[in-house]
Design a binder for this molecule. Structure first.
Ligand code: FAD
Ligand code: FES
Length: 369
C-alpha cells in the first residue's frame, strides 16, 4: 500500500496527493491528518466545546497531552495547541476540545463564534510529557485554573473511567460557578466516587464549593480564597505523599510552586503552561537594535521575545503556540547573539534557524523576516 501511495504521489507531483483528494472530500487524506467537527456545544459562557472525528491516521492521546489544530481564517491557516479533555484512549476516533475565547484572540474567538458541524481542521498527533505515569501513583492531586482545566479534566475522567481506587483531590479555580466548564460532569463524578474530592474555588468572590460535601468539608472548614498551603492541606491533607499535576494561569502556577518549594516537594509537582513563563530581564542588559532585514524594519531592543518585538514593529510573522512547541515562528537569524528564554542558552552563530517566540536579542541582531 505504501509503495502504491508513493507511486501515485510521484505521478501527482508537484502537488501532494492529498491536495487532489481534498477537492473530493477534505477528510479523504492519505498522509495529512485532519478532523471534522461533529458537534459544537456552547454551554459555558465564553467557551466552546468541540467534538471532532479525526481521520484514520489518529493514534489517540494520553491524558494531559495536547494537539495542534490548524484553522483556516480568511484564507490563512493558523495553528494553535489545545488539550483534549477525553478519557485517554487508543485510536478511538473521537476527540473533544474545550476552547476558551480570549478577548483579543484570533483562533479562539473564531472557533467560539463560527465553529459548526462539518468544519474540517488540520490535526497534528498528540504530544507533550504532562501525563499520568502508566503505573498510576497511589494518591493524586490535580490543580487547575481557568482554561487550564482541560488537561487535568482528561486526567480526572481517565482515573474515573479506570475505577482508580486511591484518593484524588481536584482543586479548580474560576471566576464564578457559571465559568466552570463541564460542571455537571464534575458534580456527577463527585457523587459517584467517594474517593474523589472536588473543590471549586472562586477567589474573587471569596467563595468555594465542595461538590457533594464529603465529610472533610463543612462551614467551619472552608476552602475559599486564592491557592495556598492551608487550602491544599484542607482538601488533600495527604498531598506530601501524592503526585500533583497543575495547569493554569501564571499566578496560580507561581503559588503552587512556592508551596511545593517550601515543602521541598518539587519532585512531586508536574506542571503544564499555556503561555511562556520567561524570567524578567534586567533592563541594564538590554542594548542594541533588532533589524528585520527582509522587511527593512528596525526596532530598539526591548528585551521582549523577537516575536513580540516584530509584532510591536508592525510585522505579522506566523506563530502558533508562542511558547516554543510548534515551530511555526521559526525564522533565520542572519547575525547577532540571541538568548533562549526557556533554557537561558546564548547563540551567536550566524544564519541559524531560531524560534522567534522563545528567543530575545542580546545586543544587535538581524532576523530575516
Ligand atoms: C500546550 C497547550 C495547550 C493548550 N490547551 C488549551 C485548551 O485546552 N483550551 C484553551 O482554551 N486554550 C489552550 N491553549 C491556549 C491556545 O493554544 C491559544 O493560545 C489560545 O486559544 C489563544 O489563541 P488565539 O488565537 O485566540 O489568541 P492569539 O490571537 O494567538 O492571542 C493570544 C495572546 O497572544 C498575544 N498576542 C497575539 N497577537 C499579538 C500581537 N500582535 N502583539 C502582541 N501580542 C499578541 C496576546 O497576549 C494575546 O492575548 C493551550 C496552549 C498550549 C501551549
Ligand atoms: S509560535 Fe510555536 S514555536 Fe514559536
Amino acid at each position: 500500500m505504501a509503495g502504491l501511495v508513493d507511486l501515485v504521489q510521484t505521478l501527482t507531483t508537484p502537488h501532494a496527493l492529498d491536495r487532489y483528494l481534498e477537492l473530493v472530500r477534505p477528510t479523504l487524506t492519505v498522509r495529512d491528518m485532519r478532523a471534522e467537527i461533529i458537534t459544537v456545544r456552547r454551554d459555558t459562557p465564553g467557551s466552546v466545546t468541540l467534538t471532532l472525528r479525526p481521520t484514520r491516521q489518529w493514534r489517540g492521546h494520553l491524558a494531559g497531552q495536547y494537539v495542534q489544530i490548524g484553522v483556516l481564517i480568511d484564507g490563512v491557516k493558523h495553528t494553535r495547541c489545545y488539550s483534549p479533555i477525553d478519557v485517554e484512549a487508543g485510536s478511538q476516533r473521537r476527540l473533544q476540545l474545550t476552547v476558551k475565547a480570549h478577548p483579543e484572540g484570533l483562533v479562539s474567538q473564531y472557533l467560539h463564534r463560527h465553529a459548526a458541524p462539518g468544519m474540517v481542521v488540520d490535526l497534528a498527533p498528540a504530544a507533550g510529557v504532562f501525563t499520568l505515569p502508566r503505573v498510576r501513583p497511589d494518591k493524586i492531586v490535580l490543580i487547575s485554573g481557568g482554561s487550564g482545566i482541560t488537561p487535568v479534566l482528561s486526567m480526572l475522567r481517565t482515573l474515573d473511567a479506570e475505577g482508580y481506587r486511591g484518593p484524588v483531590a481536584f482543586l479548580h479555580y474560576a471566576q464564578s460557578p457559571e465559568a466552570v466548564p463541564h460542571r455537571a460532569e464534575l458534580d456527577a463524578i463527585a457523587a459517584r466516587r467517594t474517593n474523589f474530592r472536588i473543590a471549586l474555588c472562586y477567589p474573587e468572590l471569596d467563595l468555594s464549593e465542595v461538590l457533594h460535601g464529603a465529610p472533610w468539608s463543612c462551614a467551619a472548614n472552608p476552602v475559599s480564597g486564592f491557592f495556598g498551603h492551608e487550602q491544599l492541606e484542607r482538601v488533600a491533607p495527604w498531598f506530601a505523599t501524592a503526585e500533583t499535576y497543575v495547569c493554569g494561569p501564571a499566578p496560580l502556577m507561581h503559588s503552587v510552586r512556592e508551596v511545593f518549594r517550601g515543602e521541598q516537594l518539587e519532585h512531586r509537582l508536574h506542571s503544564e503552561e499555556f503561555t511562556l513563563a520567561a524570567a524578567p530581564v534586567d533592563p541594564q542588559q538590554v542594548t542594541g537594535t533588532t533589524t528585520f532585514s527582509a522587511s527593512g524594519t528596525e526596532a530598539r531592543n526591548t528585551g521582549e521575545t523577537l516575536l513580540d518585538q516584530a509584532e510591536s514593529a508592525g510585522l505579522t510573522p506566523e506563530y502558533g503556540c508562542r511558547m516554543g512547541i510548534c515551530f511555526s515562528c521559526t525564522s533565520i537569524k542572519r547575525s547577532g547573539c540571541t538568548r533562549n528564554l526557556r533554557t537561558g542558552e546564548l547563540d551567536s552563530d550566524p544564519d541559524q534557524p531560531i524560534q522567534l517566540c522563545i528567543n530575545a536579542a542580546v545586543g544587535d541582531v538581524d532576523i530575516d523576516i
